[in-house]
Design a protein around this ligand. Structure first.
Ligand SMILES: Nc1ncnc2c1ncn2[C@@H]1O[C@H](COP(=O)(O)OP(=O)(O)O[C@H]2O[C@H](CO)[C@@H](O)[C@H](O)[C@H]2O)[C@@H](O)[C@H]1O
Length: 472
């Protein structure tokens, strides 16, 4: 193996959000470029694990203070042929093997144990990997342990890359749990520390060889982002590279997607989207003759969840459109979105929950997809929308700025707005409605956007170039 990706999520084994999509696709594209890659992630007690066939690859014990846990590294049988990369999952009984990925009181313990087992597993390799690529804070202690812990001294020469998918979540915990980490020279505790706590994201930025952000613009924003690590991002900037996420065009392909009602291509986009919209509108009691504006995502502050109901209320009041939201998260946002259904019967609907299949149908059947994000490290939804001929309406931030050009600009194909306010987003939706009614232009744009190449090919190459640069 040349590169080992370490992550809490990987599609299709476990997905909460975009992290899973990236870790489930990038390694496959790297393999296609003859760069053999593997993913190691936790084993969760979910449907994927129940259906998968495993072989045992390695066993060890992992200690957390006075508790010892049995850990097994499983390899998913045929993963290389089925997924395009070797997939390994770590089962730690009574700790990591829960139904959900996150959300437990002992998440800190769970992911520390996971990271220790990852390194114990690599430690017994006959041939070390050329790169260890860590994703987000759940894997952020690995660069620290590799460079500082006595146990892993022999692996110090393995370069580490740390990719920030979302700098808002940093995984900080108290120094009272310091004893969970393997032995190291306490003089170097400063590497772990940020604001009097152990901060895995900060530790990763300090200890890794290079860190990357999932879009170039997000990298530029981080030093002013109010994540609390602004200063660190500014001082460590020389180590950073912004590489735009891509999409897996095998999974996200309207002409082969088995989760949508009718397959279509850029050539058949009008008939294809019409058929999908019809099914979607029937399912949610909406009028297929009106433009359909949708939102898909985690209902959190980042995504503008707190004003989502207000946005749709204002936009539906001002325009003859339909609205549809798929998501879950903040209970108050869920409540307000559900309440809106009563105010706009047959014009608005909400689906609270996580539904992969429905998300595909929405990308295929909607006319517009809104992303009123306060910040967006890259964003994949707008890329999926484009690929399915759905026009994105996005805030000018992070990766959204890198990937969506406003129709007011030369060669523009989306709608952008500057602020995350009800007024600004509703105004952007009004522009979308106007575009919908300019039939020729609307049809031209949706044909064009389906042809934009946002696949992983180029970005997978950029990562490999970075690996080659530091592993020489
Ligand atoms: N209720 C639901 N049902 C079905 N599917 C749902 C869903 N809610 C979300 N999804 C799916 O989850 C993914 C979300 O991906 P994003 O990249 O847009 O956001 P996320 O904030 O999770 O990722 C973070 O990491 C990624 C990857 O680097 C960055 O692009 C992003 O900016 C950063 O915030 C998409 O595949 C979307 O379709």
């Amino acid at each position: 193996m040349k590169v080992i990706h370490v992550s809490a999520e990987c599609y299709p084994a476990a997905k909460v959000g975009g992290l899973a999509d990236v870790v489930g696709a990038l390694p496959k594209y790297q393999t296609n470029l003859d760069y053999e890659s593997a993913v190691i992630m936790p084993y969760y007690n979910n449907k994927y694990a129940k259906d998968a066939k495993y072989t045992s690859d390695f066993e060890c014990e992992v200690a957390l203070a006075e508790n010892n846990y049995k850990a097994i590294v499983y390899k998913v049988k045929n993963s290389f042929d089925d997924l395009g990369f070797h997939l390994y999952q770590i089962k730690i009984e009574n700790l990591l093997d829960r139904e959900n990925v996150y959300g437990y009181q002992d998440d800190t313990e769970r992911f520390i144990a996971f990271q220790k087992v990852v390194l114990d597993w690599i430690l017994q390799f006959a041939k070390a990997p050329e790169i260890i690529h860590c994703h987000d804070h759940h894997t952020g202690l690995i660069p620290f342990m590799l460079t500082q812990c006595t146990k892993y001294k022999s692996m110090r020469g393995i370069p580490t890359i740390f990719t920030i998918h979302n700098a808002e979540y940093q995984g900080e915990f108290s120094f009272e749990k310091l004893s969970y980490l393997p032995e190291y020279d306490l003089e170097f505790s400063g590497i772990l520390e940020w604001d009097y706590a152990i901060n895995p994201m900060a530790a990763a930025i300090k200890a890794c060889w290079r860190y990357t952000t999932v879009s170039p613009n997000y990298m530029n924003e981080l030093p002013y982002s109010s994540t609390g690590l602004d200063w660190l991002f500014d001082t460590e900037r020389e180590k950073s590279v912004g590489i735009l996420n891509g999409i897996d065009t095998d999974v996200w392909n309207a002409s082969t997607d088995t989760m949508i009602a009718k397959n279509y291509s850029a050539k058949t986009v009008e008939a294809g989207k019409k058929a999908n919209k019809l099914v979607l509108c029937e399912k949610f009691g909406l009028d297929p003759n009106k433009p359909l504006v949708a939102f898909i995502g985690r209902l959190v502050y980042q995504k503008g969840a707190d004003i989502m109901a207000g946005i749709f209320d204002r936009a539906l009041d001002a325009n003859d459109i339909n609205g549809l939201v798929l998501g879950s998260g903040d209970p108050h946002a869920e409540f307000l979105l559900n309440e809106l259904k009563e105010k706009y019967p047959n014009r608005y609907n909400t689906f609270i929950g996580y539904d992969e299949e429905l998300s595909h149908l929405i990308y295929a059947g909607a006319d517009f997809l809104i992303m009123p994000s306060r910040f967006e490290p890259c964003g994949l939804n707008q890329l999926y929308a484009l690929r399915y001929g759905t026009i994105p309406v996005v805030r000018t931030t992070g990766g959204l700025k890198d990937t969506v050009k406003d129709i007011g600009e030369k060669g523009g194909f989306g709608i952008r707005h500057e602020h995350v306010t009800v007024d600004d987003v509703a105004l952007a939706i009004t522009r979308a409605n106007k575009l919908y009614n300019d039939t020729d232009e609307f049809k031209r744009i949706r044909k064009e956007i389906m042809k934009i190449d946002n696949s992983w090919e180029n970005s997978a190459k950029e990562y490999i170039e970075l690996y080659n640069l530091i592993s020489k």
